[in-house]
Design a protein around this ligand. Structure first.
Ligand SMILES: [Zn+2]
Length: 341
């Protein structure tokens, strides 16, 4: 029988200090050449071992081979110039210097397939691989070519689909698209964002997920959250259409967020990766706190559809804190498994 409440993480995990500066987004690599290739593979082995020892059931690469969950994918595409930078406002929240789209988008070669093959060779368990979603990609770029957000999203969806098909072919079990932008641009999400995501998963047989969250635990995000009031109802805008979509799994932020848990009723029938670990604090959740979040979610999600998870990626956290949080996640899930049996 399939294990109930399989645990996983939303995305990135801390990198070892010999590979990149800890607790830092976009940290430059500390190695180069073949040393960097070896270093990334060793980091991937270490993060895999840590996940397995912490009791995580669906493991990932912890994004050890990428500097950033969006830009590393874009770097491998044709049509984007990383020298020609422009300052844009990302997710209406913070300014960043970003690359420019200067010509037709294409993917001359696979981006993560070799890394995913390496992860596949290191474990027999189910693996999840994260890709950026089309809308979050266009929000992390200056478009000096298409001048049309929707047109660019469709181009990205096409190349994401090529990448996803290759990941599926080497044995990735779940392909996840990260779409934090879904919590910001509601009209675009409903008009074309979800459709673009469905284009990205076209023809896939493996499971597919979309991760929507309130972002990493960085200051720009925690400041933004303070402006959102006592109830965060952003998911209410996009869940009804996602419920109708072909995406299998929806990954969202729950613990310590002000998301009314009853919004889960809007995605009835979907599998749900319930965020039971807050990535914006160093405080380690107790197993009982995790169990409590899962109990709340179980009022709206069938047990066989519930996947305990973290709220978001954990790159900005110290390594020991992230590890302890993963342990709490699996211990909390175990409490609920016992209650259900
Ligand atoms: Zn996230």
């Amino acid at each position: 029988m399939k294990k109930l409440l399989p645990t996983s993480t939303a995305g990135s995990l801390p990198k070892p200090s010999w590979l990149a500066q800890p607790e830092t987004l976009w940290s430059p690599w500390k190695l180069s050449g073949t040393e960097l290739i070896d270093g990334k593979q060793d980091a991937l082995r270490a993060t895999l071992l840590e996940q397995e020892r912490a009791g995580i059931d669906i493991v990932s690469d912890g994004e050890q081979t990428r500097q950033h969950f969006v830009t590393t994918f874009i770097e491998h595409l044709d049509g984007v110039d990383f020298e020609k930078r422009q300052t844009v406002t990302i997710r209406n929240r913070y300014e960043a210097s970003v690359p420019s789209v200067v010509g037709p988008i294409s993917r001359p070669r696979s981006v993560f397939v070799e890394d995913a093959k390496f992860l596949r060779s290191q474990t027999d368990g189910p693996i999840k691989w994260a890709l950026p979603g089309p809308m979050t990609m266009i929000d992390t770029l200056y478009d000096g070519y298409y001048h049309d957000r929707e047109a660019l999203a469709w181009e990205f969806a096409k190349v994401l689909n090529q990448e996803a098909k290759e990941l599926e072919a080497i044995g990735v079990d779940i392909i996840q698209f990260d779409e934090p932008a879904f919590n910001v641009f509601f009209d675009d999400v409903n008009n074309w964002g979800i459709a673009a995501l469905e284009r990205a998963i076209e023809g896939l047989q493996c499971e597919t997920a979309v991760h929507i969250c309130y972002g990493y635990g960085i200051k720009a995000n925690t400041d933004w959250k303070k402006t959102l009031g006592t109830e965060w109802r952003q998911y209410e805008e996009v869940f009804p259409k996602l419920q109708q979509s072909n995406i299998d799994i929806i990954s969202l932020e729950c613990h310590n967020s002000r998301v009314p848990i009853e919004l889960l009723s809007l995605i009835k029938g979907k599998k749900v990766m319930v965020g039971a670990i807050d990535v914006a604090t160093h405080k380690i959740e107790t197993a009982e706190e995790v169990a409590d979040t899962l109990r709340q979610a179980l009022k709206y999600v069938e047990a066989e559809n519930l996947y305990p998870c973290t709220n978001c990626g954990m790159t900005p956290l110290p390594r020991n804190v992230a590890y302890a949080k993963l342990q709490a996640l699996s211990q909390g899930a175990e409490i609920i498994r016992k209650e259900l049996s």
